[in-house]
Write a protein that binds this ligand. Sequence first.
Ligand SMILES: [Mg+2]
Length: 329
Amino acid sequence: MAKQNAKGALLGLAVGDALGTTHEFKALTAPDFPSLALGPLTDIVGGGPFGVAAGQVTDDTQMACCLAVSLKSKPAFEVGDVAGRYVAWMKHAFDIGSQTSAALGAVANGRSPLDAGRDVWIASGRKAAGNGSLMRTVPIAVHFAAADGARRRASMLDSAITHYDPRCRIACAAFNAAIAHAIEAAPADAAALVAVARAEVDHAATALLAEAPGDAAAIAAAASALTNDLEAAACDNPDLYGPEMHIQRTQGFVRVAFRLAFWELLHAPTFSAGMIENVEPPRSLHQHGPGETALATFEGQARESGLLQALTVVGAGEIVTERRTMQGR
Ligand SMILES: [Mg+2]
């Protein structure tokens, strides 16, 4: 059953990517939280800004495949091998995130992968914290489902290649801990997965502090912020229209994706509902003036990004639910 759950987690990533890309860059309305959006897209039809075929995936799943192949071909997580595969992929990419592009460009020019990721973060004033590494991270959860230490290390190293900010690195570790628990535990419910993620935030922060004591303040702030996100995810309204965390104004922010993923896990009744809900772009569009319409046009992309995390966790969670149903028969 663990193998089936692992497949579900990986397929959740690809399915969500293929579904979500159709509405990238579009602005649509959505009901206020906690009501779930019921459309408009309920099937994978392709199209979108990249003109993909129905079922075709984008950069996020492609990078996850690079990561998966590296994990399968090496005895342990090797940051140089993973980064080399990302660089090789980049030459063929039809879409790539800005932080990812900057870091991999530096790697291609000879910078070591971890230095490249850190450079991008420092150059941003230690502010860049996009959701790119979180979107591709699930193969690590699958590969190291039963190995907490190896999974934590790989999650944070992979993120560091392109998304060095402690918020990104710890989010990947916490997210993968929840997915791994969904794969391995029999049975686990959504609240248990959130509890696992919450505990992992602290474990990952401790591990990161030992590695980079000079970043102690950023690491402590990241752990606190991600803990707050998990608390917000449990509320009917996850407070994603505030000044700091805004689903439209900070759409690519890792914390938006992280919070939304766990909100879907706790609130969407099924994998499909969570998926459709996330493809629906902005909520509460009517709350904003016409001048903000341009911002909202980027919402589709943001939702597509956030979708991937939600799908992976929700997908794994639903498989657990199905297992429970089967056991109850
Ligand atoms: Mg994409």
